[in-house]
Design a protein around this ligand. Structure first.
Ligand code: CU
Length: 527
């Protein structure tokens, strides 16, 4: 259902070829966040440009031929983001965001999860195919201040750009806002054979897109900025850098873009509509490279793109924009010519047959503001809303009942799986949705059909990834059942978590205010 595609004739040296270049954002324009009453437009920063911060790579504490050991520390600190006072921030193994973590497919990973924060948190591996609910790190897996918990798992999925973020309910949004979000890169032997840039920090760069409002003394004030439809700020912050530039020293640059914002949609395009090639979506490499001039990412979605600077010369600058605000400036330097042409076919994506007689799951995302719900309910930590047998392949039909005008695109995310997008209202999915995904933007009035299966048993959450919506109850959970080896799970409850948060803050629980609470109260619903 490509609304707008154009065929450009491009010259590659002597070779002339016709190539399809998509120029559309695909999503429904009337539902863009720019139409929200509470929309906060991005503003171009006036501060001096800074080199783009690149998260360093987390070093394993130990490595063998088969096993890798990491320590991941959630910590509080201060970060020089703007001139003047440092900003109080949180991060993983760093004061803000953190150190990128690389997993190799097939390796057994052991991680000590260490909490040096003043309050409880959880470590959620967004997009990672691991058992739930404890290894997955959703709200049932709190790590209390001063505590260390251990997880281990085998990396069992193709190369992809995933991420780690905090997920304690109902304070996920505030903890991510503080800075608890970092890229996780899975590598495998197939990706290693493809002609992609992969020199991390040089021609292979993560771009974590976020936005913040800086208050007095350069501090963030989550409560002051609170909006039940998602907290926004006017200042684009990319990898924790305000007004960043990047020195381009290779003709081709691979950008691993993550929408790490609580609510903001990013509508990306370069100066002069420079085309770029998407090579991967949330869960891995696309079957075919797709050329775009414009790309919209809803919250938590990822896209890996390759940008070719071959037509530029040293001294040129090429900006990446979201809507009409430049968010990263690429400063072109000398580089060796690199006219690598990507193969037409990148990887095979096998779409498994749906299990015979399997039920079709129906999920309804409804409401806005405090009224957001999933299947007419708000999230209950001890309630199982759906079941699916381990290994079965089932359709999930996900509907957004918002009105087109005045409604919004809700990004639907499932833990513990990489799914395939089958259709949008019965039509073909967007051209860059033919690979594995874990988050899909659902337009108002639309039903997106997904093909979903799980490799591990457990309890997994599924929710809108506008983070204030999930905290506000637009979330549910399913149990993946292994009938041959039934298991029981100790599920946390909101009250236990709220009591812990209150104790950590030294206040009575009645005085505790956390992000999602107002959404339950306004609807007279129990947490
Ligand atoms: Cu939502």
């Amino acid at each position: 259902m490509c609304k707008n595609e154009s065929v450009h004739n491009l010259n590659f040296g002597d070779e002339k070829m016709s190539e399809k270049i998509y120029t559309d954002y695909f999503f429904d324009e009337p539902a863009y966040n720019t139409h929200d009453g509470g929309y906060v437009p991005l503003e171009a920063p006036e501060t001096v440009p800074q080199p783009l911060g690149i998260p360093s790579l987390l070093k394993p504490v130990k490595e063998t031929a088969t096993d890798t050991y990491y320590e991941v520390v959630a910590q509080a600190g201060e970060t020089q983001i703007l001139p003047g006072a440092k900003t109080k921030t949180w991060g993983y193994n760093a004061s803000l965001l953190g150190q990128s973590i690389v997993f190799e497919e097939g390796k057994h990973i052991h991680i000590d999860l260490i909490n040096h924060l003043p309050e409880l948190t959880t470590f959620h591996w967004h997009g990672l195919n691991v058992p739930g609910p404890y290894v997955d790190g959703g709200c049932h897996a709190p790590v209390y201040p001063g505590e260390t918990k251990h997880i281990d798992f085998t990396v069992n999925q193709p190369a992809a750009t995933l991420w780690l973020h905090a997920h304690p309910c109902p304070s996920t949004a505030e903890q991510v806002w503080h800075g608890l979000a970092v890229p996780v890169i899975v590598k495998d032997k197939i990706e290693a054979q493809l002609p992609f840039p992969r020199n991390y920090g040089v021609d292979d760069i993560p771009l974590v897109l976020q936005d913040r409002k800086f208050h007095e003394d350069n501090q963030w004030d989550y409560d002051a900025d609170y909006d039940p439809d998602g907290v926004q700020g006017p200042t684009p912050m990319i990898n924790g850098t305000v007004n960043p530039y990047f020195d381009v020293t290779t003709q081709r640059l691979r950008l691993r873009i993550l929408n790490g914002a609580n609510r903001r949609e990013w509508r990306l395009h370069f100066d002069n509509d420079l085309p770029f090639t998407q090579i991967a979506s949330d869960g891995g490499i696309l079957p075919e490279p797709i050329k775009f001039t414009h790309l919209m990412l809803t919250c938590a979605e990822r896209a890996e793109i390759i940008v070719d600077f071959g037509q530029f010369k040293p001294g040129d600058e090429v900006a990446l924009y979201s809507d009409d605000v430049a968010i990263v400036r690429f400063r072109v330097h000398e580089f060796e010519p690199d006219n690598t042409v990507l193969p037409d076919h990148l990887v095979d994506i096998d779409s498994p047959e749906v299990t015979a007689d399997a039920p079709v799951h129906h999920v309804v995302m409804s409401g806005m503001d405090e009224e957001v719900m999933m299947d007419d309910k708000k999230f209950g930590m001890q309630r199982i809303d759906a079941k699916q047998e381990l290994g079965h392949v089932e359709y999930w039909d996900v509907t957004n009942t918002n009105e087109m005008h005045g409604g919004m695109v809700h990004p639907y995310h499932m833990h513990g799986t990489q799914f395939l997008v089958v259709s949008r209202n019965g039509h073909e999915p967007y051209p860059n949705e033919r690979g594995f995904k874990d988050t899909v933007g659902v337009n108002p009035g639309e039903t997106v059909r997904l093909k979903v299966w799980f490799d591990y048993a457990g309890v997994f959450m599924y929710h809108c990834h506008i983070i204030e919506h999930e905290d506000g109850g637009m979330m549910a959970q399913l149990e993946v059942v292994d009938s041959k080896h039934p298991q029981t799970y100790k599920l946390m409850d909101h009250h236990t978590l709220m009591k812990a948060f209150a104790e950590e803050r030294g206040i009575p629980v009645e005085k505790l205010r956390l992000a999602g609470m107002s959404s339950y109260e306004k609807m007279n619903m129990e947490m």
